[in-house]
Write a protein that binds this ligand. Structure first.
Ligand code: ATP
Ligand code: MG
Length: 341
């Protein structure tokens, strides 16, 4: 059974930014007449999320992802359009509304750096009026899931970024929010910490049924967690559909980096599908369609490389491609038709 938990209709946010003219003359002129520039950060986005979904939100820097999350959580008011989250208009900031969601931003902490996590959890228990049994059960569950028992009485100030991010999630989820908004939760984390956070989030979504909206610049996060992905560019939605389909269609090439112990200079047999991006005596970088990657890989292995690394295309390239080829907003199955036509 589906039930809509987030709904926006042509949501718009335009920021008005004060613009100073150049130089001293400009400064004086600005005192008399201020000029503003308008920036449409979110441009008519219509979005509907069902309870229990795990949705990825991707797009280049400045695309409007954080602005969208700020409107969904009520931090800022929209300029135009409609927004409904769990039956509330977020910017009314009703207490009943705030008790039902959580937001974690990788760039911004909700923790008190001088306190320990145990103290912080107690504090949040009071703020959110969480019953003692729920509090204990949730705390034990999350702490065990992350395996952070020995960090609970440590001052937050002394924690590493990865440790702190785990604590941010535990604190955010303590009150059983129905929706969890995550804005780049894995930013700056190493592979191990990112992986731990991914499996934690997967479990929370599956076991607790928490609806999750995740922003990330890392393809790994989106691919392993989100069945559905929304892509935004210049404030507008340019893709909305299955994550698999998104990457099948738009992530076309692989990058292969090979290094050698001695200067290498060999001609490839199957060079037709291969683009030599970097050509140095000890290092070559190739780009090739993903279907062709295994042949190139096999051929490169014949020349006894020192090391060989295969990488996928980054989110930025994928977004660019959608933007240039499709340029239309599409939903699920309708998407495929749109783009074929
Ligand atoms: N308070 C503000 N005043 C004026 N302009 C703003 C404000 N906040 C954001 N913007 C502008 O709105 C646009 C969207 O910003 P936003 O932070 O939503 O992007 P983002 O997709 O989250 O990017 P990133 O991946 O870098 O986090 C940017 O051009 C930004 O400069
Ligand atoms: Mg952002």
């Amino acid at each position: 059974m589906n039930s809509t938990i987030i709904n926006t209709d042509n949501l718009v946010k335009t920021y008005r930014r004060y613009k100073k003219q150049e130089g001293i003359r400009g400064s004086i002129a600005s005192l008399i007449k201020r000029t503003y520039e308008e920036k449409t950060a979110v441009d008519h986005i219509s979005l509907s999320v069902q309870a229990g979904e795990f949705v990825g939100l991707i797009g280049p820097n400045g695309a409007g992802k954080t602005t969208l999350i700020k409107m969904l959580t009520g931090i800022i008011a929209p300029t135009a359009g409609a927004v409904d989250v769990m039956g509330y208009y977020p910017n009314d900031l009703k207490n009943e509304f705030k008790k039902q969601y959580a937001v974690v931003m990788g760039q911004k902490s909700q923790l008190f750096f001088e306190l320990t996590v145990n103290d912080t959890l107690r504090l949040f228990k009071e703020i959110y009026e969480i019953p003692e049994d729920t509090f204990q059960a949730n705390k034990n569950y999350f702490v065990k899931l992350f395996g952070v028992e020995d960090l609970m009485d440590v001052q937050v100030r002394t924690m590493s970024l990865g440790e702190r991010m785990k604590m941010e999630l535990i604190v955010a989820l303590l009150h059983n929010p129905r929706i969890l908004f995550l804005d780049e939760p894995t930013i700056g984390l190493d592979a191990i910490a990112s992986k731990q956070i991914r499996s934690f989030l997967k479990e929370i979504n599956e076991e607790k049924g928490t609806t999750i909206l995740l922003t990330s610049h890392y393809i790994e996060d989106i691919k392993t967690l989100c069945r559905r992905t929304v892509v935004i560019n210049h404030g507008a939605k340019i893709y909305d559909g299955a994550t698999d389909e998104l990457f099948d269609r738009y992530q076309r090439n692989k990058k292969i980096t090979v290094t050698y112990d001695s200067p290498a200079d060999h001609t490839l047999r199957a060079s037709a599908h291969v683009n030599l991006v970097l050509n140095e005596p000890y290092k070559k970088v190739y780009e090739t369609p993903k279907e062709h990657a295994k042949y190139l890989f096999a051929e490169l292995m014949e020349h006894e490389p020192k090391d060989i690394v295969v990488e996928e295309e980054e989110i930025g390239i994928v977004v660019e491609r959608i933007y240039h080829e499709a340029g239309t907003v599409c939903e699920g199955a309708a998407c495929a038709e749109d783009m074929e036509g």
